[in-house]
Structure formats: structure tokens, C-alpha cells
Write a protein that binds this ligand. Structure first.
Ligand code: 5GP
Ligand code: MN
Length: 324
């Protein structure tokens, strides 16, 4: 048992001393950002705090089953007063997409490499498998018991951020927290089913189309997926339906990295995934994006075949660098 980091005590004291708290997280929220915000919000409400959760983008439909999801407000600017602001899952403040946060007391809680420590209080722990791991410890430190709703929110965060317990940073701490979650009586099988067995038929069709057109580069070590608006329309999908498809090619032994080009608006969104020591975060950072070693993303404002080739060659170089 390691002792808690000193930041945790200071964060607890700041939250216990606050009357009004704003919670937020990154643009295009994922399971970890949503689950972490909702569970911490519920804990703070149990302590009698006035809590608001404001995100820049709405949650993907997939997460509609999350308890209290409807309490999350969507805005691009924060004007109201709060005693403190908790920013979860953001390596820099601009990841929130929100204006109006600069001059406020901020508690920064994150597990992404490269966090720039923008908070008044910063708790940055890259060894956490999900931000929800840190949030679970914070809730414990605040002395608030887990309700089944909070347990569901935290479990979704951990389940999705670990790619169903497959990615890096899964440690004994992860399972200690999951043990506490399961003790509340929630059914982990039902939660997993809501996340993974509840998609649209359009998503299944789109998966087929993407894999059918998948290209293999760099001696089959890089799988390339390409999506455009016409494919979404043909499959009868919304952009929400894309979530998670990028991981599928990693199932092949030869594939060491996946590059998913999403050409569905003015800019090109690119998702990167990799196995083991192949560091796609560095590739994302070189284009102004970020993320984790095995899961990262970037945006290219003016895409062209040259920018596509540059992404692919940097991913190939990351694979070569990882080889002994
Ligand atoms: P995804 O490919 O699912 O959009 O993102 C994978 C991971 O990379 C997530 O942890 C996400 O937060 C991070 N990520 C994606 N896009 C960006 C970006 O533009 N900037 C930063 N800093 N992180 C990103
Ligand atoms: Mn996360």
C-alpha cells in the first residue's frame, strides 16, 4: 500500500471548503471523461455542494444509459462564479474547448502524459489506467460511499479507457477499485453489454465497409482505415457510431499500429492506436495532438495526400524505433 500523494489531501481540503464546484473535461467526451465527471459530481452533491458539469460537446449516444448523464450541460463559455473548477482528463486547459476558465482556481486531475500542470492544484498520475482510477481514490478520501450509480459511472470509465482490460497501466490498483465497484451490487456483465452489445446495425455495416477497404502498409505492420461522409451516409451512421472501430485491426498479429483517417468535415481527424512499446503519442504530438503511447489523436486543418503520407511515415518510424 503506497501512501496517498500530497496533492490528494490538498484537493480534498479545497473541495470540502468549496460551496460551488464546476466540473468539466475534454472536447468529444469519452467513457472516462463522462464517468469521471458524473461520479465525482455525485460524490460532491452527497457532500451538499452545488455542482454543475459543463462540457463543450455532448456525449455520444452510446453513453445514454449512464446514470445522470442528463445533468451535463453543454456550452462553449463559462460566465458564472464557482469556488473551484475541477478539470478532469485534460493535459492542457484548451482541451476543454471552454472559454472563461483562465482566471479561476483550477484543480487539474489527469493521467495523460505531457500534462502541462495548468492548475492551482495538480494531480497528475500517468500510472493510472483511467482518470476514474484517480477519481475513485478522491471519492474515497472525501469519505463518500460509492452508490450503485457512481459505481456504474466509474466502471464504464475504466472498462472503456482500458479497452476492456487490455491496454497499458492496468495494475493491482485497477482491480482493487473494480472490487469496490462490484461490491455495490452492480452487474459488470450488464454494464459491458450496454457499452459493447448495444450499437446500431449501421455501425456493423460501417465496420464491414472500413475493414473491406483497409490498407496494409509497412510490411503489414500498419493498418490504415479511411472514412468519409459518403460512407457514413451509405451505412446510415452518425459520427458517434465510429467509436471503438479503430481498435479492431490490432486483433491481427502482424498489425502493430492503426491509423484511422476521418474525413467528415473541414478538418481531418486522425486516430492512432498501437501495441506495446510503439509510441503513437509522439506522432500525434508532432502534429499538435496528443494522447497516450498506445492511443492518441490529432487534427489536420488542411489535409492533403502529403499530410496523409507524413502521418503514415511517422507511424512507420515509431514502429521501427520500437524494434530491438
Ligand atoms: P481518439 O483517437 O479516441 O479520439 O483519442 C485517443 C486518445 O488521444 C484519447 O486519450 C484522447 O484524449 C487523446 N487525443 C485525441 N485527440 C487529441 C488531441 O487533439 N490532442 C490531445 N492532447 N489529445 C488527443
Ligand atoms: Mn482517460
Amino acid at each position: 500500500m503506497t501512501s496517498p500523494p500530497p496533492e490528494l489531501g490538498r484537493i480534498r481540503d479545497a473541495l470540502l471548503g468549496a460551496r460551488s464546484v464546476l466540473l468539466t473535461s475534454h472536447e468529444r467526451p469519452d467513457g472516462d471523461s463522462l464517468g469521471s465527471q458524473l461520479a465525482l459530481g455525485a460524490a460532491l452533491r452527497q457532500l451538499g455542494k452545488q455542482v454543475r458539469i459543463i462540457d463543450y460537446d455532448p456525449a455520444p449516444d452510446l453513453y445514454a444509459f449512464l446514470p445522470d448523464l442528463g445533468t451535463i450541460e453543454i456550452a462553449d463559455n463559462v460566465t458564472d462564479r464557482f469556488d473551484t473548477v475541477v478539470v478532469l482528463e485534460c493535459s492542457s486547459l484548451d482541451r476543454t474547448g471552454l472559454r472563461g476558465l483562465d482566471e479561476r482556481p483550477i484543480i487539474n486531475i489527469d493521467h495523460h502524459p505531457g500534462n502541462v500542470m495548468y492548475g492551482t492544484l495538480n494531480w497528475h498520475d500517468e500510472s493510472a489506467c483511467a482518470c476514474a482510477e484517480l477519481v475513485s481514490e478522491l471519492i474515497d478520501t472525501l469519505g463518500v460511499p460509492l452508490t450503485p450509480a457512481m459505481a456504474t459511472q466509474l466502471y464504464v470509465a475504466i472498462l472503456t479507457d482500458t479497452g476492456s482490460f487490455r491496454h497499458a497501466n492496468i495494475t493491482p490498483r485497477t482491480f482493487t477499485i473494480c472490487q469496490k465497484i462490484a461490491t455495490t451490487g452492480i452487474n459488470p456483465t450488464d454494464v459491458a453489454s450496454q457499452v459493447y452489445n448495444n450499437g446500431s446495425l449501421g455501425r456493423l455495416r460501417l465496420t464491414g465497409m472500413l475493414l473491406e477497404r483497409m490498407q496494409l502498409e509497412h510490411g503489414h505492420r500498419v493498418a490504415v482505415l479511411r472514412l468519409n461522409d459518403a460512407m457514413l451516409a451509405e451505412a446510415g451512421c452518425t459520427p458517434d457510431d465510429i467509436e471503438g472501430i479503430v481498435n479492431i485491426p490490432l486483433a491481427a498479429r502482424d498489425v502493430q499500429a492503426v491509423v484511422f483517417f476521418k474525413d467528415t468535415g473541414a478538418a481531418m481527424r486522425v486516430s492512432l492506436r498501437s501495441k506495446g512499446s510503439v509510441d503513437v503519442r509522439q506522432v500525434a504530438v508532432s502534429f499538435g495532438g496528443g494522447g497516450h503511447r498506445n492511443a492518441a489523436g490529432l487534427t489536420i486543418e488542411h489535409p492533403s495526400s502529403e499530410t496523409d503520407s507524413l502521418v503514415l511515415s511517422r507511424v512507420a518510424a515509431a514502429i521501427t524505433d520500437s524494434e530491438p
